[in-house]
Design a protein around this ligand. Structure first.
Ligand SMILES: Nc1ncnc2c1ncn2[C@@H]1O[C@H](COP(=O)(O)OP(=O)(O)OP(=O)(O)O)[C@@H](O)[C@H]1O
Ligand SMILES: [Mg+2]
Length: 292
């Protein structure tokens, strides 16, 4: 069953000569309990897409059906309620409140919902238990490592039992050991039924996902099934070819990605769980040139 259904979704920022087309007619269908990784160069529209899916922002055009409800044109108060009950967010920058303890931070979304103090502390403690952070409940965020802080953020995202977790570069500020811990946590959450949408720049992270979507210039350029436990086919090519050391190398990494995936507007590959995706040889030759 489809939990997220986007049809021809566009997002345009600004007006007049200063417009940015952040998303261009994106259509996408995500089934319940999928674990989807989103990759793509900087400014390709990943966060914009997550913000719209997460009801933090509205599309300029297009339709969005979330959990069988049309949500692209509904009132802000209604959107906020649906967001609170359906979606949990995890960001790269953790976003914990420094003056609150770990327990208070995790319990905070329940306070907004009007849950009693005793009950919300109990639920928050359960969530901290689940992410292995129960013994840190009276700590403040400046007393935790970044990996621990992210685990607390995940506990907070889970506290309303959301059907969908949106994680925008959740391992971006973590070392490899903490990243693994956090990704194993997402895997475990996915096992218990949550749908996970996760943005990453790290090809290695795709091995936790069952589907990988590549974006470029506001469009989905590739949508492929990915075997859990293995780095996705196209992400693997990026790891092999790119060495991100300097700005120039970074650009090379981007063009390597474009080499590895089909060109936008030509053969955008749609997700098909039964078929294996094939490599196409089209190249995006002028991407680096345009970026300069
Ligand atoms: N609030 C905004 N106002 C104007 N333009 C915006 C705004 N948010 C994003 N954009 C533009 O939309 C485009 C897509 O941005 P977005 O943040 O979605 O990219 P991204 O793929 O998440 O990039 P990164 O990997 O660097 O996080 C960019 O050109 C960006 O400058
Ligand atoms: Mg982003």
């Amino acid at each position: 069953m489809s939990i997220i259904e986007l049809k021809d979704l566009s997002k345009i920022y600004g007006f007049g000569d200063a417009t940015t087309v952040a998303l261009e007619e994106v259509s996408l269908s995500i089934q319940e309990n999928e674990f989807v990784a989103f990759m793509g160069p900087s400014a390709s529209g990943k966060s914009t897409l997550m913000n719209i899916i997460g009801l933090l922002d509205r599309p300029t055009y297009g339709n969005y059906v979330l959990n069988k409800r049309i949500v692209d044109r509904i009132r802000s108060t209604r959107r906020a309620k649906i967001r609170r009950d359906t979606i949990g967010f995890v960001f790269q920058s953790f976003n914990l409140l420094p003056r609150l303890t770990v327990l208070e931070n995790v319990a905070l979304p329940l306070a907004y919902k009007g849950v009693s103090l005793k009950r919300r502390n109990k639920i928050a403690e359960n969530m901290l238990e689940r992410v292995g952070m129960a013994d840190k409940k009276y700590f403040y965020s400046n007393q935790l490592s970044s990996g621990q802080t992210q685990c607390v953020s995940i506990a907070r995202a889970l506290v309303n039992s959301p059907k969908i977790i949106i994680a925008d570069e959740p391992t971006g500020n973590l070392d490899s050991v903490s990243s693994r811990l956090v990704m194993e946590l997402f895997t475990e959450i996915n096992r218990t039924g949550s749908t996970i949408l996760l943005v990453t720049h790290n090809p290695e992270i795709t091995k936790y996902a069952s589907r990988v979507i590549y974006m470029h210039d506001g469009s989905i350029v590739l949508d492929e099934e990915s075997k859990v436990g293995e780095v996705s086919t196209h992400a693997k090519k990026m790891v092999r070819k790119s060495t991100k050391k300097t700005f120039e190398d970074d650009l090379k990494g981007v063009s390597t990605l474009m080499d590895a995936i089909p060109q936008k507007n030509n053969n955008t590959k749609k997700y098909s769980p039964k078929k294996k995706s094939k490599k196409t040889t089209r190249k995006k030759k002028n991407y680096v040139k345009r970026k300069k």
